[in-house]
Design a protein around this ligand. Structure first.
Ligand code: PHE
Length: 368
């Protein structure tokens, strides 16, 4: 039987409490029976509708009808019940919205868990680490330097005098607002990792053997084979009696370690202001074996030449030792630098360098 508000004949506190308890039991039962939105609206209106809702009936049937001396106690009780009814209506709605019908919710422990995707090294980082590791095994330690460099470290101390045309080889990105500084103190984004050669020699006495991985910047428009930000691995060895043979042997060994013992290397003359003599180092093409063709197909990696350009290198120009306080009569050394990005693109068959810097997970997932 649905609850109806009884008429009170007895306004004693005990009678009031009994009537209130009966009402609250009804409230609870009806709240529990609400299972959907339309139930809830009916429930809300039955209890709270201004016109003839149960609360209104309490007001009229209990409070207004109460004799003078009891009005106060009845008023308090009715207010209390009003608060309980409002709470119950709100709580019932919350229960529906939360869908928290716990009896229907069960835990299936046989379902597979939530797998979190594993991260992976960026292919460029991986290539860079592979190169660095080969030189570490040859006794080199790792050195790093700042990407925002001074003109002095990026150019002047590497034997590029101010206004020397050799600076044109590297399209440089300068930091704005440096005009009030002395030219050698002006800041730029380093165009190569070679400034770390100077920074290393300033910090330590010979013998030096360091391998220097890092990011470098040039003012090149991005396309399939260019990026204004790219990566290099530099090397520097300075000691007594280091000769060009050491340079050739070390780089030949490193290429064989990286690409397999059947690769050959070839050196041809080049120019860098900070090495003398300077060389470009080529490696027999790892895709066509040096023949220039894959079957009858032209090898796209070496463009049929059979050789791939891998490094710039040379004997450290003695002029550099003057900048760092080494005695050019006592020491000699070699340096080399290689680009990482194009190599990584070639190794992983990536047709466009921009993909490396796109941040597109679909691309990177292939390397995980
Ligand atoms: N720094 C040169 C470049 O970026 C490469 C290089 C490094 C050449 C060391 C010789 C010795 O082109």
């Amino acid at each position: 039987m649905a609850y109806t508000v009884p008429k009170l004949d007895d306004y004693s506190p005990q009678a009031l409490d009994r009537a209130a308890a009966e009402l609250l039991r009804a409230l609870e039962t009806e709240s529990a029976a609400v299972t959907n939105d339309s139930d809830w609206k009916t429930f809300r209106d039955r209890w709270m509708a201004r016109k003839n809702g149960i609360l209104t009936q309490l007001n009229d049937g209990w409070l207004k009808a109460a004799p003078g001396p009891q009005k106060r106690a009845v008023g308090q009780k009715v207010n209390e019940l009003k608060a309980r009814v409002e709470e119950s209506v709100v709580a019932t709605e919350k229960r529906l919205k939360g869908g928290a019908d716990l009896s229907a919710e069960s835990l299936d422990v046989t379902l597979p868990g939530t797998r979190r995707p594993l991260g992976a090294e960026h292919p460029i980082t991986r290539t860079m680490n592979d190169i660095v590791r080969v030189f570490q095994h040859m006794g080199y330690s790792i050195a790093e330097g700042p990407e925002i460099e001074t003109d002095y470290y990026n150019f002047e101390s590497l034997n590029f005098p101010p206004n020397h045309p050799a600076r044109d080889m590297q399209d440089t990105i300068f930091i704005a607002g440096q005009e009030t500084k002395a030219p050698r103190d002006r800041l730029l984004l380093r165009t190569h990792t070679s400034p770390v050669q100077i920074r290393t020699m300033e910090k330590q006495k010979p013998p030096v053997r360091v391998v220097i991985p890092g990011r470098v910047y040039r003012n090149d428009a991005p396309d399939a084979t260019h990026s204004p930000m790219f990566h290099q691995v530099e090397g520097l060895a300075v000691d007594t009696n280091i000769t060009f043979r050491d340079l050739k042997g070390s780089l030949d060994h490193a290429m064989k370690e990286l690409f397999g013992s059947s690769v050959k290397t070839r050196f041809r003359p080049s120019f860098f202001p900070f090495t003398e003599p300077s060389a470009e180092v080529l490696m027999s093409c790892i895709f066509c074996g040096g023949g220039g063709y894959q079957g009858t197909q032209r090898c796209p990696n070496c463009k049929t030449s059979g050789w791939i350009e891998m490094l710039g290198a040379g004997m450290v120009d003695p002029a550099l030792y003057g900048f760092v306080g080494y005695d050019p009569q006592k020491v000699s050394g070699f340096a080399f630098g290689m680009g990482v990005d194009r190599l990584a693109a070639m190794l992983y068959g990536v047709p466009d360098l921009q993909l490396f810097f796109s941040g597109d997970v679909r691309f990177f997932e292939q390397f995980a």
